[in-house]
Design a protein around this ligand. Structure first.
Ligand SMILES: [Zn+2]
Length: 470
């Protein structure tokens, strides 16, 4: 996924909660109608979200060509060809993308098929998207899309969305966590605007929060013949099916997992019909530090479980001349969840594996004429969690297409796994004291040195949340 602030409402939002538009006799869609719709709903949106507008929000209408231009520009801002190539090679080595994916084209197609409206922070303006023949049917959705985008306008006026994203642009997992807060907030408030808070709590707890779940649900809706002549429930389903699983999982989760997180934050035990909106505002000043905290709100609330920050050592001297670092980032629990589900581990095992996550950092090193080398250090909540992840990594990330399984050995508290073929080696180490270290596709003679450097050179520190004065 790209790394800039795109705040949009998607068709999947409407489809998953059974919102269907009424087919209007004629397509309204004019600029001044969008304008008057904004003025009509903004007071109720402000009341639902508990924030006041500091100025009216500018409103525009985009057609499909405008949307395509906009997405092209927006995606290119952060996903330059170089960044896209590095990201693809890194995530393909870990096993969440096919190596031949065009991630710029895939991201663009996914969003083109999904975006029904968006808010642009740099212009302080929201846009409704008009789509040819669908415009009439979409008219019934206009109100909730407008409500969603007006929440983004409120967020931007109070919490500066561009800054909110820019601060963590270098860390994919922190960026994903903040995206969950921004989109989850707009999603619960949009639903509460239309259906009230108790119904919103019910819906958000029912809705699947990954690609497989959402597509299965859409299929069921289709079989039941719901949706009438214009099935909005199926709108955009093609773009979900065609896109890389990881991208769709992240996208779907940011809306529904994010909404669940927001509702958990605001919960008032004594009154299920009320919401403690001050706690939601506080989360924008003191955002979740990982998708782990979004997936498990109890790790953000109360006794907080902040992630470990792992700083990888410079492996240049170990690798030798000609090697350079192509990419480095944090993978995070949400991506790990997507990966282990994609790899076909049963649900209970998959949950056990990703739930033990406590921090990670991976890097990919490259040299012309050599295979890319992946190194990955990770922190886990317990020794059992280390073993669960290590076993899963050996079966999935490090699995040999030819079926060679590798060998384990043990020395004191340290466990090593290794496999090699055609001069390339993969290795995994459960550290003497803590951590799991992984090396994939390294020149065989360097595997041991790389694992040693990773185990002894990775710096561990606690990330502490610091409530900032925003
Ligand atoms: Zn949004």
């Amino acid at each position: 996924m790209f790394r800039t602030a795109l705040t949009a409402s998607l068709f999947l939002l409407a489809s998953a909660v059974g919102l269907h538009g009424q087919v209007a006799g004629e397509s309204p869609s004019a600029q001044d109608e969008a304008e008057s719709l904004a003025r009509e709903v903004e007071a109720k949106v402000a009341e639902t979200r508990g924030l006041a507008y500091r100025h009216p929000t500018a409103v525009g209408v985009s057609d499909e060509a405008d949307l395509r231009d906009y997405l092209g520009r927006k995606i290119a801002e952060s996903l330059t060809p170089q960044v896209a190539d590095a990201q693809l090679r890194a995530l393909a080595l870990i096993g969440c993308y096919d190596r031949d994916t065009d991630i710029v084209a895939a991201t663009t197609a996914l969003l083109e098929g999904q975006v029904a409206g968006f808010y642009e922070p740099s212009e302080k303006k929201l846009f409704l998207v008009r789509r040819g023949e669908a415009a009439g049917a979409l008219a019934g959705m206009d109100k909730i899309i407008m409500a969603h985008e007006l929440v983004h306008a409120l967020q931007d006026q109070h919490f500066d969305l561009e800054k909110f994203y820019d601060e963590v642009a270098q860390d994919d997992d922190m960026l994903n966590a903040r995206r969950c807060l921004v989109e989850g907030d707009a999603t619960w408030a949009m639903l509460a605007f239309g259906q009230g808070l108790p119904m919103t709590r019910f819906l958000v707890n029912q809705v699947p929060d990954d690609r497989a779940g959402l597509l299965a649900m859409l299929e069921k809706v289709k079989k039941m013949g719901m949706g009438g002549q214009m099935d909005l429930g199926m709108m955009g389903a093609e773009s979900l099916e065609a896109a890389p699983v990881l991208d769709v999982d992240e996208l779907v989760f940011s809306y529904y997992g994010g909404a669940r997180f927001c509702l958990a934050l605001m919960k008032k035990d004594d009154d299920p019909k009320a919401a403690d909106l001050a706690r939601l505002d506080a989360a924008f000043r003191d955002p979740p530090l990982s998708t782990e905290q979004v997936l498990h709100p109890d790790k953000y609330l109360g006794d907080r479980d902040d992630p470990m920050r792992l700083e990888l050592p410079d492996l240049g001297p170990v690798l030798g001349d000609g090697w350079t670092k192509l990419a480095e980032n944090t993978f995070g629990e949400l991506r790990l969840r997507s990966l282990v589900r994609q790899k076909g581990f049963d649900r209970a095992r998959a949950t056990r594996i990703h739930s033990g996550w406590d921090g990670d950092r991976y890097a990919v090193w490259t040299k012309p004429g050599e295979a890319d080398v992946l190194v990955w250090a990770s922190a886990w909540d317990s020794e059992k969690d280390e073993l669960d992840f290590a076993a899963a990594a050996v079966e999935s990330v490090l699995a040999d297409p030819a079926g060679e399984t590798g060998t384990w050995s043990r020395q004191g508290g340290r466990r090593d796994w290794q496999r090699q073929a055609f001069g390339l080696a993969s290795g995994l180490r459960i550290g003497d004291e803590r951590g799991v270290y992984l090396v994939h596709q390294a020149p065989a003679q360097l595997r041991e040195a790389l694992l040693n450097a990773l185990e002894t050179g990775t710096k561990w520190s606690e990330i502490h949340s610091t409530a900032k004065d925003r």
